[in-house]
Design a protein around this ligand. Structure first.
Ligand code: C2E
Ligand code: MG
Ligand code: MG
Length: 715
C-alpha cells in the first residue's frame, strides 16, 4: 500500500492564519487530528497537531498569547514529509529505524512536485500495516490451501498410476541398473512368473535364471542403458515348475533420472502360450487332416519335393503309392458318415503300421491316401509295401457291430524312372491306380508307359459321357426274352446304348463302370429305369421289361423309392417289371440290400440273378435269396450242346430253379441246336441273337407273332 492511500486530504492552512481561527476549526472538526501549514505555492512548511495545539491554548495565558498571532509560531516547523507513492511499509521501516519519535506527531504527504496532498498519523500507518498483514495472511492461507490440494492431487495421481500398473493385464517389472536388483513387480507379473512380489523384489536375474540366461540378460540391460532403444524378445520364465511352462513375450527399455542418466530397466511382458498354441493348431490344420491326423495334400506335396531333392543328391530311388479305397462310398452311403469316419480312421491306423520310419503316409482327400517311400534300394521294397497295404485293408472292419469289407487299389510310380518332378510322379501313380480300378480293384500296379494312352482314352470317355447325359443322347434298346416251351416272346431286357458322335455305338461294358466311378450311376440308372417303364407301359400286356441294376444302385438308400416312382409315373404294373442284379450284389451280404430286395418283391416287382456262373454264388446260396429268375451266363450256353460240364451245370441250375419255383433264362442263345438242348435240359427261357438283337422299337417282334400270343414269363 502506498502512503497516498492511507493519508487524509485535510485542507491545509496558510502560515498567517491566526491561532484563534485554527482553534475554532479543531473545535468544529473533531475528527481532524493534523493540519498542514503551506506556503503560497501550496508546499508544506509546518504541521499543527490537534492535541499539542489544544494543550497550549488551554494553558494560562495560552489563548491570550496566541489567539491573534499567526499559526507559524505554534506549528511544528520540521514535520516528516513523505512522497505519496512511497510504500507504507518502506516508509514505516525507514522512519522506525531513523526517527521513530517523529512518527508520534504525524506526517505530511506530498505529490511528486512537492505540493501538499494530505496528512497521516501513526495510527494510519498501523492500520495500513495491519491491513497488509491480514491480506498477507489470507494469501498465505490461500497458498497453503492450494498447496494442500496440489498434494492431494499428486497423491491421487500417484495412487492412480500405481493402481493402473498393478492392474495392467501384462506383467510389469522394474530393475535397478546400478545393482541389477528388481525393485517392482505388478500383480500380473506375480501370476505369470509364479512368484510372490516379496520373493522377487531385491533379487537379481541370477537368482531366477540359469547362469547363461542371466548373463545374457545382464548384457542386454547394459546395452539398453548405453544405447537406449527397445529390446523385444521371447523366453520361458523358468521360475515355474516344468509342467505348466508358459512362453513370454517381453519388451524392455531403460528409463533415466532427472539428469538423463539411465537409472532403471522397465519391462513389460505377456503370456503368449495360448496364442502360440492356437497358432500351432491353425498351422497344424493347414497341414494335417483333422480326422486321421495324417499329413494332408499340402504337406504331402512339399514333403514329396523335399524327398525327391534328397533322392537326387543321394542317388536314391523313391516311390509314390496312391491308394484308393474300394467300396468306401458304399459304406458311407449305407452305414452313414459316422461309420465312414470310423472306417477312415481305422484305415489310417492300419496303413501306418505298414510303412517304414522314412516313409510318409498322407490323406489326400476323401478315401484317397498316398505314401511316399524314401531311400529305396530295391523296387521289391515297394512291391512288398503295396502288398502289405492291400492285405491290411482287405481284412474286414468292425464298425460298431457292422462288419464292413472294403479293399484297396494302389497305383505306384517310381523316381527317377517314371518322372523327376513330384507332381508328374503323382500323376503317373494316379494313372496306374486308374488302371487297377478298371481291372477290377483290390490290387496294386506299377506305372507303365503305355498306360498313359489308355488313360487318355478313358478320360475322353469320361468327358463325353457327362456331355451325352447332359444332352440326353443315351438310348434304351430292348432285346427279346423268349419262352422256350410256348415259343413266344414274353418280354424284353433293356440294354443301354450310347451312340457316340465319333466312335459309333459304345458298349455298356465300357461306359457303365466309368459312370459308377464318377458317381453318375444313380442318375444314369434312374433314367434307364424310367425310360424302360415308360416304354413297357405302351407294350401289349403282359409283356415284361427287365432292367439291369448296378450293384451301387442296390446299396443306395433311395433305390426302392426310385423304383416306386418309375412305376407310378409310367403306370406300369409292378408285376411287369424285372430287375436284374448280379452275383456280386448278393454276395455282398449287406443287410440293406436284402431289405431292398424283399421290399421290391412285396411290391410285386420280380428279381433276376444275371450272369449266373461268373461269380462264386453257390446253388445252396440261391435258396436263401428272394429271387424269381436265374439267368445262366452265355459262357455256359456257348458250350452247348457239346461240352458235357456245361450241359451238367445248365441241367442242375434248371432243376434247382424249377424246385424253387424260379424261371431260368439262357443268355446268348445263337443257334437252334442250343435252343433244342435247352428245352431238353428244362430251361424256361432263352435270350440271344437267335431270337433277336436289342432294338429301339421292340414292339414289331410282338406284332410279328400275333397280338394275343404274348404271355407272362411264368407261364
Ligand atoms: P447283360 O445284362 O448280361 O446283357 C446281355 C448282354 O449280352 C448284352 O450286351 C447283349 O447285347 C449281349 N447279348 C445278347 N444276346 C447275345 C448273343 O446271342 N451273343 C452274344 N455274344 N451276346 C449277346 P451289352 O448290351 O453289351 O451289355 C453288356 C452288359 O452291360 C450287360 O450284360 C449288363 O450287365 C450291362 N448293362 C447294359 N445295360 C445296362 C444298364 O442299363 N444298366 C446297367 N447297370 N448295366 C447295363
Ligand atoms: Mg442283364
Ligand atoms: Mg447277362
Amino acid at each position: 500500500m502506498q502512503i497516498r492511500d492511507l493519508c487524509s486530504p485535510v485542507p491545509a492552512i496558510r502560515s498567517d492564519v491566526t491561532g484563534d481561527a485554527v482553534y475554532q476549526r479543531f473545535e468544529a472538526e473533531p475528527d481532524v487530528m493534523l493540519i498542514a501549514v503551506v506556503d503560497a505555492d501550496h508546499r508544506p512548511i509546518g504541521l499543527v497537531e490537534r492535541n499539542a495545539f489544544l494543550l497550549r491554548m488551554a494553558r494560562a495565558y495560552g489563548r491570550a498569547l496566541f489567539a491573534h498571532r499567526p499559526i507559524s509560531l505554534l506549528m511544528d516547523p520540521k514535520p516528516l514529509i513523505v512522497a505519496g507513492e512511497t510504500l507504507a511499509s518502506d516508509f514505516t521501516a525507514d522512519v522506525m529505524s531513523s526517527r521513530p519519535a517523529d512518527l508520534l506527531s504525524g506526517f505530511i504527504v506530498v505529490e511528486r512536485d512537492g505540493v501538499y496532498a494530505g496528512v497521516g498519523a501513526l495510527l494510519d500507518l498501523l492500520r495500513a500495516a495491519s491491513e497488509e498483514r491480514s491480506r498477507f495472511a489470507s494469501d498465505m492461507f490461500d497458498l497453503a490451501r492450494s498447496l494442500e490440494t496440489a498434494r492431494a492431487q499428486a497423491d491421487h495421481n500417484r495412487i492412480f498410476t500405481e493402481a493402473v500398473i498393478e492392474h495392467i493385464p501384462s506383467m510389469v517389472w522394474v530393475k535397478s541398473i546400478q545393482d541389477g536388483r528388481y525393485v517392482m513387480l505388478n500383480r500380473a507379473g506375480e501370476a505369470i512368473l509364479g512368484v510372490a512380489r516379496d520373493a522377487f523384489i531385491g533379487q537379481t536375474s541370477s537368482d531366477f535364471f540359469p547362469g547363461a540366461v542371466a548373463d545374457s540378460l545382464r548384457e542386454e540391460d547394459r546395452r539398453l542403458a548405453t544405447n537406449g532403444g527397445v529390446v523385444d524378445f521371447e523366453m520361458l520364465p523358468y521360475l515355474r515348475g516344468g509342467e505348466d511352462q508358459r512362453l513370454l513375450h517381453l519388451k524392455k527399455i531403460a528409463i533415466c533420472d532427472g539428469e538423463g542418466h539411465p537409472e532403471y530397466i522397465l519391462g513389460v511382458g505377456e503370456d503368449i502360450t495360448d496364442r502360440r498354441q492356437a497358432e500351432a493348431r491353425i498351422e497344424r490344420m493347414a497341414h494335417f487332416d483333422s480326422l486321421t491326423d495324417l499329413p494332408n495334400r499340402v504337406l504331402f506335396g512339399s514333403h514329396l519335393e523335399a524327398t525327391l531333392d534328397q533322392a537326387a543328391r543321394r542317388r536314391e530311388r523313391a516311390a509314390v503309392l496312391v491308394i484308393d479305397l474300394d467300396r468306401f462310398k458304399l459304406v458311407n452311403d449305407t452305414l452313414g458318415h459316422a461309420a465312414g469316419d470310423a472306417l477312415l480312421t481305422e484305415v489310417a491306423q492300419r496303413m501306418r503300421a505298414c510303412i517304414g520310419p522314412r516313409d510318409m503316409l498322407a490323406r489326400l482327400g476323401g478315401d484317397e491316401f498316398a505314401i511316399i517311400q524314401a531311400g529305396l534300394a530295391q523296387p521289391t521294397e515297394t512291391r512288398a509295401l503295396a502288398a502289405r497295404v492291400v492285405a491290411a485293408l482287405t481284412e474286414p472292419f468292425d464298425l460298431g457291430g457292422h462288419e464292413a469289407r472294403i479293399g484297396a487299389s494302389i497305383g505306384v510310380a517310381v523316381y527317377p524312372e517314371d518322372a523327376a518332378a513330384g507332381h508328374e510322379l503323382l500323376k503317373k501313380a494316379d494313372i496306374a491306380l486308374y488302371r487297377v480300378k478298371s481291372e477290377g480293384r483290390g490290387a496294386y500296379r506299377f506305372f507303365e508307359r503305355d498306360m498313359d494312352d489308355r488313360i487318355q482314352a478313358q478320360r475322353a470317355v469320361e468327358i463325353d459321357l457327362r456331355e451325352a447325359m447332359r444332352k440326353g443322347e443315351l438310348a434304351a434298346h430292348f432285346q427279346p426274352l423268349f419262352d422256350i416251351a410256348r415259343r413266344r416272346i414274353v418280354g424284353f431286357e433293356a440294354l443301354m446304348r450310347w451312340p457316340h458322335p465319333t466312335r459309333g455305338w459304345v458298349p455298356p461294358a465300357e461306359f457303365i463302370p466309368i459312370a459308377e466311378d464318377l458317381g453318375l450311376i444313380r442318375p444314369l440308372g434312374e433314367w434307364m429305369l424310367n425310360e424302360s417303364c415308360r416304354m413297357a407301359a405302351q407294350w401289349p400286356e403282359p409283356a415284361t421289361v427287365a432292367v439291369n441294376i448296378s450293384p451301387l444302385q442296390m446299396h443306395m438308400a433311395g433305390f426302392v423309392a426310385d423304383v416306386t416312382r418309375a412305376l407310378a409315373h409310367s403306370g406300369l404294373a409292378p408285376g411287369r417289371l424285372e430287375l436284374e442284379i448280379t452275383e456280386s450284389v448278393v454276395l455282398d451280404n449287406d443287410p440293406a440290400i436284402l431289405r431292398h430286395l424283399h421290399q421290391l418283391r412285396e411290391m410285386g416287382v420280380r428279381i433276376s440273378l444275371d450272369d449266373f456262373g461268373t461269380g462264386y454264388a453257390s446253388l445252396a446260396y440261391l435258396r436263401r435269396l428272394p429271387l424269381d429268375k436265374i439267368k445262366i451266363d452265355q459262357s455256359f450256353i456257348r458250350g452247348l450242346p457239346d461240352a458235357p460240364d456245361a450241359m451238367a451245370i445248365v441241367r442242375a441250375v434248371a432243376r434247382l430253379a424249377g424246385d424253387l419255383g424260379m424261371v431260368t433264362t439262357a443268355e446268348g442263345v445263337e443257334t437252334e441246336a442250343q435252343l433244342d438242348v435247352l428245352a431238353q435240359l428244362g430251361c424256361t427261357q432263352a435270350q440271344g441273337f437267335l431270337i433277336g438283337h436289342a432294338d429301339a422299337d421292340p414292339v414289331r417282334h410282338l406284332r410279328a407273332q400275333g397280338p394275343r400270343q404274348a404271355g407272362g414269363i411264368n407261364g
